[in-house]
Design a protein around this ligand. Sequence first.
Ligand SMILES: NC(=O)c1ccc[n+]([C@@H]2O[C@H](COP(=O)([O-])OP(=O)(O)OC[C@H]3O[C@@H](n4cnc5c(N)ncnc54)[C@H](O)[C@@H]3O)[C@@H](O)[C@H]2O)c1
Length: 269
Amino acid sequence: MDIVKGKVAIVTGGSRGIGRAIAQKLYNEGARVIIGDIMDANLDEGQSAQKKGASLAYMRLDVSDGNNIKEMIQQVVNEYGRLDILVNNAGIMFERLMEDTSEADWDCMMNINVKGVFLCSKHAVKPMRESGGGAIVNIGSIEGIANNPEHTAYATSKGAVHALTRAIAVDEGTRSKIRCNSVCPGWINTELNEAYFDQLKYPEEGKKAIEKLHPAGRMGTPEDIANMVCWLASEEAGFVTGQEFVVDGGRMARPTLADFGSMEKSDAI
Ligand SMILES: NC(=O)c1ccc[n+]([C@@H]2O[C@H](COP(=O)([O-])OP(=O)(O)OC[C@H]3O[C@@H](n4cnc5c(N)ncnc54)[C@H](O)[C@@H]3O)[C@@H](O)[C@H]2O)c1
């Protein structure tokens, strides 16, 4: 299909998980993709080689460091000549009650999850405008809309990402021809969530309980998110901006019953 053919795209936090799937999907659809991450992307030769004009490369990026962001985006423009797509995906998550969340914890979450999106977008706007416009896709979360327990800092950061999305869309629409949307993943199987199951007493039962929360009957995959991000980044979504797109297998459509074990219907009925 090649829906982003020839576009130059930066994906932050693209070395693993959801970001890696987004980078791969944009590449498969014809884009020249640069992964910006604190962790090496370990691209193999096949992946970093150019294929039908598409390419996949890695540059070191810490989204909490404004100077690093500015230099990285400048390097992309110098090497690729333009910038069309920015996917603000890099993010962290921890579980802590509000009273156990230190000021340093809070600052760390906000620096990466919120200030990172602000700074990357701020420095991307000018080169995008000079390229004739572009698309910014922010990875928010269903937790920017509804809250899991002990997620004060995380949920606040994602709510801020959704608000920032609308602000960018409003200010940069006519001014810079930039569209901006957020994708709100539900439960997606990544290393971030594997770590959550690993700390449970009964990880397999925990996984089954989570699956039951989903009308789609399964947890999400990074590719489920990548498909939506790629479409939003493409010109097929040319009239779509300032919105939140929930990709969660229907989880938010269903109010949760307290205890799945005890709520199952008896075979006798
Ligand atoms: N996994 C889920 O269920 C889920 C659900 C909703 C939202 N999200 C969001 O999706 C995004 C990706 O999540 P994931 O599950 O793939 O996480 P992950 O931990 O598997 O990957 C995150 C990536 O971001 C990078 N990163 C972290 N801090 C960085 C920094 N300062 N600068 C640059 N890169 C940095 C990491 O090195 C890593 O490659 C996050 O924003 C997360 O909040 C995930």
